[in-house]
Design a protein around this ligand. Structure first.
Ligand SMILES: [Zn+2]
Length: 446
């Protein structure tokens, strides 16, 4: 649809385009000045939807200045609409002024008109622009998402996918139910309103020519790439049990809201998004490299510190008699002098590849170790078993001798406990885990 709207705006010679223009667009002296709202074909509705998107990525390039609207088209830069800066309310007629109308007979900007309409900062920007000239041909629009200004479906699609997500604003108030700190909530609000300065946004605003993701060097970098699709942080999402939903029909915003509202993992999800973004800034702007395991342990420690602070706060507010019986901790730390290994495994929807990961924490909740391994192609049960095996091996190697094993999977536990006569598919790995469990140490299943 974006492509179609683009064609209508730019291919004036094609007959069907002329028909569409004549029928469905408002005209003034041959210029499209708006669109009629009376027509209801799905084609038209699609154009109506695509048109604002397309405009968002369009810059008008001035030649004779006849077609470009001085007040309503972005012609100075991509996101500048001069009407927004006008010092007084414009009449309907004035709104249709073309760029050429603002040039005097000597071919210079008409400052007598402009001085009273715009603040100095914009007057000096205009002074720096070439004036339109007769004979240079018609004004054109440049596709602002590509360096050469040519329309490409890929960048349009990425823009549209991101925008349509953001346009539907229903339910975002639910964000305020989210229980995390307000600065993170503020960040999440910016995500929902597409206000973060990603590289992708920087290219739209002409701050850079390179809109690609620095972490994975893959494609454009809108916010949903950073939080949901970036390969570099796939293991982090996986660790917090957040799927990518590559083939899911939910849009990015729904994906965000459903995860944030998830009673079990919503809090961790919000913190995770925030810290992925912070990490990405350190990497993009300061050149700091990061590892997934480093990021995971950072997130986990942050959550622990925050939850501890919250408990302390609640304790200090409540009198001893009214102390909370249950704390808001979703994760229960191990007993003193014990460590807890929490592991999991899953098969990523995006690639079909299996991953195992885990954490080792002490009784204060401190993260002592974190790991993620790519396993190639295997079943989810094998992945979970593999996660447990790696976790146990690492705990043993680090000298822990009192260990709680938190697997959150009855199947895995039962295979491990009955490792002597288990299903032949798991025989080998179950035997290896059995050997580990027989070492001189205390291992408790949770
Ligand atoms: Zn990436």
């Amino acid at each position: 649809m974006v492509k179609l709207a683009w064609t209508i705006l730019n291919s004036k010679d094609e007959l069907w385009v002329k028909v569409m223009q004549g029928k469905y667009f408002h005209h003034r002296e041959g210029r499209i000045t708006g669109m009629k709202k009376s027509f209801h074909s799905s084609l038209w509705r699609g154009i109506l939807k695509a048109y604002p998107l397309m405009q968002k990525a369009t810059v008008w390039s001035i030649r004779d200045g006849q077609t470009t609207e001085f007040w309503n088209h972005p012609w100075i830069d991509h996101d500048t609409i001069l009407e927004e800066h006008c010092l007084r309310t414009l009449t309907d007629d004035e709104k249709l002024t073309s760029v050429a109308d603002m040039v005097n007979e000597q071919g210079e900007w008409d400052w007598t008109k402009l001085n009273s309409l715009l603040p100095n900062v914009w007057l000096s920007r205009i002074a720096g622009m070439e004036t339109p000239k007769h004979g240079l041909g018609e004004d054109t629009t440049i596709w602002g998402l590509e360096q050469d200004g040519r329309f490409r479906l890929k960048s349009a699609y990425l823009l549209a996918a991101n925008e349509i997500d953001m346009m539907d604003d229903q339910g975002w108030k639910e964000l305020w139910k989210w229980s995390g700190p307000s600065r993170v909530k503020h960040f999440l609000w910016l995500v929902m309103h597409n206000r973060l300065l990603t590289n992708h946004e920087r290219t739209i605003r002409k701050l850079t020519n390179d809109g690609s993701c620095k972490a994975c060097n893959d494609g454009l970098e809108p916010i949903k790439h950073i939080l949901r699709n970036c390969k570099k942080t796939e293991g982090v999402r996986h660790f917090f049990r957040i799927g990518q939903y590559v083939h899911d029909t939910r849009n990015f915003k729904q994906w965000m809201m459903e995860n944030l509202n998830d009673a079990e993992k919503g809090f961790e999800f919000g913190i995770m998004c925030w810290m992925i973004w912070k990490q990405r800034n350190e990497e993009t702007l300061d050149g700091k490299k990061f590892s997934e395991t480093g990021l995971i342990s950072k997130i986990v420690s942050w959550i622990r510190v925050y939850q501890q602070a919250k408990i302390n706060e609640e304790r200090s507010i409540l009198s001893p008699r009214n102390q909370l019986i249950s704390t808001p901790i979703t994760w229960r730390p191990p007993r003193e002098n014990w460590v807890q290994i929490q592991t999991d495994g899953s098969v990523l929807q995006s690639s079909g590849k299996a991953v195992a990961g885990g954490l080792i924490r002490d009784h204060l909740g401190r993260c002592l170790d974190a790991f993620i391994c790519n396993l190639g192609n295997c079943t989810i049960t094998i992945a979970k078993l593999k996660g447990a095996e790696i976790g146990l091996q690492r705990a043993w190697d680090k000298g822990h001798r009192k260990v709680e094993l938190n697997l959150d999977s009855m199947t895995t536990i039962s295979i491990m406990k009955n490792n002597k006569d288990t299903d032949h598919r798991y025989g080998l790995i179950a035997a290896r885990i059995g050997t580990l469990l027989d070492f001189e140490w205390d291992v408790k299943f949770l």
